[in-house]
Structure formats: C-alpha cells, structure tokens
Design a protein around this ligand. Structure first.
Ligand code: NBG
Length: 840
C-alpha cells in the first residue's frame, strides 16, 4: 500500500495512487476483476485529471480573451488515439510508464487498447487534427467545432479479397476524453416557413418559423499543446430531440409518430458520410452541416456576449475557418442571426460576416464540389435560401457594373447554377462571402487562380492565397517513430519538435558512415515492426531486407493504385519470362478504404488482393515480390506504416491531388518519394532536391495537351508489349480465380476511357521504378538520400502552416495562458474564485 505522505513527494507514487482511485471509484472494480478497458479508462482519467488544471486556466483565458479566437469549422476531425499523444504533450510519458510498471501494468498494451475516434474520411479530417495540435502548441486561442458522429468512418475488413464495411462503434467502450456540456445546449430549427413584415421604423423584417427543432449538445475534448500551458477545445455537437416524447401525439395515441420524431432528430449526428471527394446530395448531409454550424455560431455569440454588449465587433473577436464548403451554410446563418435576431441592417451584417469567414478549398475534382438543389435547400432552410438569393443578386449587380464588357461573367460566377435543376454552388457562396480563400499547395492554388476560381481571382485579386498543408511532427515523428526521433534529437537538440527547421542539421551527417548505419538500423527495426504486424493481420510474410514500397491513402482512381498494380504485374511477368532475373526484392504494401458505393475503387482493392494471392504464392517469384493489403488503414495503424517505408508512392494524375499530406509523413520519416508533379509533391521535391526524388509522369500542362489532342489509351496498349501483357493477364482472370468478368469493368475503363491517364504514364512509371531499384542496390547512397530528405522537411510541419494562417488569414498571435487558478485542487483547498454558478 502506498501511504499518503509518500505520494505528495513522489510523483510516480501519486500517479499510481490515481490509477488505483480511478479504477476503484470510477470503474468500480478492483485489479482482480478489472478488464483491459477498465485499466485504459482509469489511466486515461488519471491523465485527464493532470490536464485539468491547464484546461481550466485555458478556458478562463479564452472566456476573457482580448485577442482573436480562431474557430475551425470542420465536418471532420480525424484525431487518432489520444492517450499517448496527451502523455507526450504534457510531458508525462515517463512518469506514467514508471507508475504503470510499478503497478504491474503494461502501459503500451493499455495505449494499444484505445479505439480511435475515426470522425473523418482521410486527408481533410486529419489535416484538421494536425492543425488543432499546432494551434494549441503555438498558443493560439482556438476552438475546433464539428460533429460528434455516433458512428465514424467504417471499419474495413478484407473478405476473400473484397472490402467489407463494419460499423464503427468507437463510443461503445466509453470515451474518457470528452466532457458533456448540457448547460450549453442550443436549439436548431429546420423546415417550416418565413413571414415578412415592416416594423415600426419601416424596416423590412423576416421571421422564420421552423417546422421542427433539434437540440445540439456539445461535448468538449481538451487539446493540449506540446509542452505549453495552452489546452484548447474541440467542441463536437450531438443531436437530441428537444423532448423525448411529444405528449400531444402520445395522448392521441400516435406513440410511434412521437418516437419517430425523436429518432429523426437523433439521426442527424448518427453517422459520418464515408465519401471522400464525391458529392452526395443527401438531405441528411445538409442537415448535418447546418446543424453543427448553427450550434457553433450560437455558441460563439454566447461567448461574445459575455464580454461585449452587442455583436458590432464579432469579427474582431473571432476568425472562422471553413474547412472546405461543408460548413459554408454558416454564411447565411450568421447573416440571419445578425439581421433577423439581432436587428442589424444588411450592410452592417454583411460587413461583419465577410470579415469573419475564411475558406479553404481542398479539391479541384468537379465531382467533389457541393451543389445543393435549390428546392432541397429551400425546403430545409427557407430563410437561408432567401438570404443566399439576396447575396447573389447584390453580388451579380456588382459584377455587372464592374465588368460590363464580360456579359457571360454573371452566369459563370453566380451562386446559383441555372442549368437543369437549379442548384446552389457552395464554393461560390464561400468565395463571395469570405475574406480569404486558400488553396492547400502552391500548384493547387495556382490552378485555382488560373482555372476553377479564375473569375473570382479576377474580381478580387488579393482574396486568394496559398497555404501549403503541413503535418504535426509530434504525432508523426515523436510518437510514431521514437527511434528516428532519438537520432534527430542527438543531432538537432531538444527543441526540434516545435522548430522543425532544425532538421537541417542532419544534412552533413549524410556523409557520415556511422550515422548512416545507425539510421539504417532504425529503419530496419521499423520495418520489422510493420512486417510483424502485417503477418499477424494478413498472414503475409515480408522480408525486412526487401524494399518496402508503400501506398496508403483512400482508394481512388485519381490516386492510381492501379498504376502501382500494373508495375507489380510487369515485374511478375518479367520473372515468369526469366526466373533467374536479378531484381531487388520488394514488399508492396497497400492500405486504404474505398467509399462503399464506389464501384471501381472496390474492384481495385479486389485486384490488389488478387495479385497478392497469385504473386505471393508463385514459386517462380520465390519471395522476391510480396504484396500485402493492410486492412483498416486508420490513424492508429498509420503510426507503424510511415516509419517503415523505403519508398513512398505519390503517383496521382498531375492536377488532381490538391496537396496530399501522407507524402509529407513518409518523407519526414525517411522514405524517398516516387511521384508526379502534383499537389505538394512539387514543393517536397523542391525542398529535398531533385536528386533525392524519383520524378515521373505528365505535368499538368501535358495532361491538358494530351486531352486536347485526343487521348487514345487503346493505342498505347496495342503498342506497348509489357503493358499489353499486364493488362491481358488481368483480363484473363488470372487474378480472379479464372473469372474473366470480375475485372472487365476496370480493364475496359482503362482501354476505352482511362480518365486518369494510367496508361499514358505507365511506361514513365515503370522506367522510374527501375531507377529506384538501381538506387536501392546501393544502401549507402540510398541512406544518404533519405537523410538529406528528412533534413529538408522542416517546412512541412503544420506549425509552419498555422503560423501562415495566423499571419495571412486570421491576423492573430500567440496568447500564452497565465496560470491564475489553483493548478490542482487538493483536499482542503478553497476555490479562489466566487462560488456562484456561472455562464461558462
Ligand atoms: C483532400 C485532398 C488532399 C489534401 C487534403 C487536405 C478532400 C476534399 N481533399 O490532397 O484530396 O491533402 O484534402 O487538404 O478531402
């Protein structure tokens, strides 16, 4: 037993006691009947308590903040597991590890038990999570606002080579990180009708009477910065019916009608839409979007009115970043609140609104752009439709008067697309109403300026800016690659995780043979770790000495996993032709989910697994090629993947990948990139140097020229024997147990359409892979290239991205949190603030 006096002096003993307390009082168990989940919840709760002092102080500072607060509006936050990250940020990893050990617990096992909140699809949601980490670390007062989906991204299993989706029950084991805040619930309306009248002052007024009302309950998750006092908040909204039964309906006997309404309300935050870059015009999705931004704006107004008598200076108090157009309905909502509820006239309300919002565009794919049918939006949000139409008519008047010579301009930039079924173009709405618009990589922003948003760029020449994405080195180096982090620390000193440019100090060590050997040992250990996991999960045995060639990301035609597969089949055919051929052994590792309704993406997964089955088992190959599909790629699994890569596949069709962030994670962890000039690859290549990057493929301009000239993929197939052989092997049913129809749609699509130019880039890709092979044969050279790569990746820290947003977009600076309140209330300590229940 640990005695009390001892615990006061000894932090490890105090932490041990906290574990025991949580286990006993919170979980209600003793070690003899505690499950792993009990231990996880107890340890997490103990850690949460340690964060609480900082959190309380941060919230108090936020409430009284004189500097601007950044509100990051995002339908997705792909946070990843929290326990280990929070230990790292708070500097408590060693203390907790020792306390666990002395208590006979395995902290790594407890950490591994955590189910991640998969509240996002991929890059966009993960970017939001990296940005929250950087905002807190840079001590910027910020709130992330989003949706608390009951079911996040589906879990993926692979059955007979096919993806099977399983519902994600992340909340089932209990979520130790969130605080429910029912006191700050708000009500949100839907449907109904509007009425207008003229008030005493003769002003035009509108009243919206919604048909139904839903209650939004906030759940707060603390986001601690790395080794600072700031703990920001991620506030996610959950929908509930305002009352559990409608007694009026109940009394007339419509029990089911009453319950149905409750279910209808709660459905809003039930499930995340699993589509990545594919707009699906579902009413429920629009309800989700409106629901969370309406809740969030109401919450911000509440906070604002704690400090100010009115909303005149709302935009000085808050900067809102719209993460893509998913939250763009916030624009008419803020106007509505200002005009209809707070009595502002249009001009004033418009000035406040346009000074508040900023918009990040994340894609150039036309099929991803949100366009809500006017009738759908009008049914669900009648007042908002009126406001959107008013914004549009004022905007089009301005356009006409400023650009009278361009008669077609109003049609092109109109918020309303008048073709066929009229629809609201959310990107246009965001462009018109936001102060700044940003693209997520230099090339992407240039393409926005020159194409997708060219008209807007002409109308407002300084609205569009570029802010290249970044990733947090805390999670993606310190946490996931401790071995490499230690090496880096030896060279670059202790401050590098918050000053990633210091990685440049590694550069001279590329010439140092001892250092290279140590670097290789780290990589080797990481590869062994991944090989072990993959064997466990897939049965595929990988040789850690092989070249680990990895492509992990959502499965999408534009990302061209099938180009990668064609290369594998090409190597396979070469070995079949000449079994004695000298090749570098390679392990091809794939991971990623396909949208459940994306037919071709699902066939691509089936193809990868079909090729794996054949190649892994063909004696001719003799282990020289191995293919593995890592099921259920998510943040947690990713921790092991990036550090283990030798080669990072970033092979999208030029002009299609807005930025990519996986490309940054791989390169930071010492993988070399094979890639096209697309998204942030362009900047990565500039940073690491052309000599350390395997470039191939058509450039954006060449892609366009090819389409203009008339692209005939079938001719390429006919004229390139190796390509033909690879395609024919797929068509022959060799990878589908003899079934010639299974991959027919994939093959026909490539031969007849090939919308993403897979065949056009095939030969260049295969040739470039040959250069990769040559380079890998010389381990000293390869390692030197890897070290140089890492040494130049500092720029891709999300701290740099956030610093740019602060300066160019939000105009905010750090506001360190003063520790004014008792850090850790102890028994007998009297709270130093007045004991009245208050507003926040
Ligand atoms: C994705 C892009 C990626 C980019 C992330 C984050 C969407 C709509 N876009 O290239 O495809 O890295 O956003 O910006 O998910």
């Amino acid at each position: 037993m640990i005695n009390e006096h001892e615990t006061d002096r000894d932090p490890v003993a105090r932490t041990r006691r906290a574990f025991a307390y949580k286990l006993f009082f919170q979980q209600g168990v003793l070690p003899f009947n505690a499950s792993l989940n009990d231990y996880f919840l107890a340890v997490s709760a103990a850690l949460r308590d340690r964060m609480q002092g900082l959190y309380i102080n941060s919230m108090a500072a936020l409430r009284e903040s004189k500097s601007r607060i950044v509100c990051y509006f995002s339908a997705e936050f792909l946070m990843g597991p929290q326990l280990e990250n929070n230990l790292l940020s708070l500097g408590l990893a060693d203390e907790f590890a020792r306390a666990a050990e002395e208590s006979g617990l395995d902290l790594q096992q407890i950490i591994a038990h955590e189910e991640e909140p998969g509240l996002g699809n991929g890059g966009l949601g993960r970017l939001a999570a990296c940005y929250l980490d950087s905002l807190a670390t840079l001590e910027i007062p910020a709130i992330g606002y989003g949706i608390r989906y009951e079911f996040g991204m589906f879990d993926q299993a692979i059955d007979n080579g096919w993806q099977r989706e399983m519902s994600d029950r992340w909340l089932q084991p209990g979520n130790p990180w969130e605080f429910k805040k029912p006191d700050f619930a708000v009500e949100v309306g839907f449907g109904g009708h509007t009425e207008s009248w003229f008030d005493e002052a003769g002003r035009y007024r509108v009243r919206w009477t919604p048909g139904t009302v839903v209650k939004g309950i906030p759940y707060d998750t603390p986001i601690p910065g790395y080794r600072v006092h700031t703990v920001n908040t991620l506030r996610l909204w959950s929908a509930e019916a305002p009352k559990s039964f409608d007694f009026a309906d109940f009394n007339v006997g419509d029990y089911f009608g009453a319950v149905e309404e409750k279910i209808h309300a709660e459905n809003i935050t039930k499930v995340l839409y699993p589509n990545d870059e594919q707009f699906q015009g579902k009413a429920l999705r629009l309800r989700q979007q409106y629901f969370f931004v309406a809740c969030s704006l109401r919450d911000m107004i509440r906070l604002h009115l704690l400090q100010h008598p009115n909303l005149d200076n709302f935009h000085e108090h808050f900067a809102v970043q719209l993460n893509d157009t998913h939250p763009a309905i916030a624009v008419p909502e803020l106007l509505r609140l200002l005009i209809d509820l707070h009595g502002y006239d249009w001009e004033r309300a418009w000035a406040i609104t346009t000074a508040t919002f900023h918009y990040t565009n994340h894609t150039l794919l036309p099929e991803a752009l949100e366009k809500w049918p006017v009738h759908l939006l009008g049914d669900l949000l009648p007042r908002h439709l009126e406001i959107i139409l008013e914004i549009n008519s004022r905007f089009l008047d301005e356009v006409q008067s400023r650009f009278p010579e361009d008669a077609d301009l109003p049609r092109r930039v109109s918020i309303i697309d008048e073709t066929n079924d009229r629809s609201v173009r959310m990107a246009h709405l965001a462009c018109v109403a936001c102060q700044r618009i940003n693209g997520v990589a230099a090339l992407h922003t240039r393409l926005l300026m020159e194409r997708t948003l060219a008209d807007f760029h002409r109308i407002w020449t300084d609205k569009l800016v570029n802010i290249t994405n970044g990733v947090t080195p805390r999670r993606w180096l310190l946490l996931s690659n401790p071995g490499l982090s230690e090496l880096i620390g030896e060279v670059a000193g202790t401050g590098w995780p918050t000053d990633l440019d210091r990685l440049c100090e590694l550069a001279p060590l590329a010439e140092n043979a001892d250092f290279r050997a140590r670097w290789r040992a780290v990589k080797r250990a990481n590869k062994e770790r991944l090989a072990h996991t993959l064997q466990e999960r897939t049965g595929v045995v990988l040789d850690p000495a092989a070249l680990f060639d990895i492509q992990v990301k959502r499965i999408h035609e534009y990302k061209r996993q099938h180009l990668n597969v064609l290369h594998i089949i090409t190597l396979y055919n070469r070995l079949r032709r000449d079994p004695g051929l000298e090749i570098v052994p390679r392990a091809f590792i794939f991971g990623g989910k396909a949208a459940p309704g994306y037919f071709l993406a699902k066939r691509i997964i089936r193809l990868i697994n079909g090729v794996a089955e054949v190649v892994n088992n063909d004696p001719i190959v003799d282990g020289r090629l191995r293919v593995a599909f890592y099921p259920d790629f998510n943040v947690k699994n990713a921790h092991q993947v990036y550090p283990a890569a030798d080669l990072s596949e970033q092979i999208s069709t030029a002009g299609k990948e807005a930025s990519g962030t996986g490309n940054m994670k791989f390169a930071m962890n010492g993988a070399l990139t094979i890639g096209t000039l697309d998204g942030a690859n362009v900047e990565i290549r500039e940073a690491v140097g052309a000599d350390n990057f395997f470039l191939f493929g058509l450039r954006v301009e060449e892609v366009e020229a090819l389409w203009a000239a008339g692209y005939r993929p079938r001719t390429l197939y006919e004229e390139n024997p190796e390509l033909r052989e690879a395609m024919d092997l797929i068509a022959s049913g060799s990878f589908s147990g003899g079934d010639r129809d299974l991959f027919r749609p994939l093959v026909d699509n490539l031969l007849d359409h090939d919308p993403f130019l897979v065949l056009a880039d095939y030969q260049a890709y295969v040739d470039c892979q040959q250069q990769v092979e040559t380079a890998f044969r010389d381990p000293e050279r390869w390692t030197a290239m890897a070290i140089r790569t890492v040494s130049r990746m500092g720029r891709f820290s999300s701290d740099r991205s956030i610093a740019e947003y602060c300066e160019q977009v939000w105009r905010v600076g750090p506001a360190p949190v003063p520790l004014r309140y008792e850090h850790m209330p102890r028994e007998g300590v009297v709270f130093p603030w007045p004991g009245q229940p208050s507003e926040t």
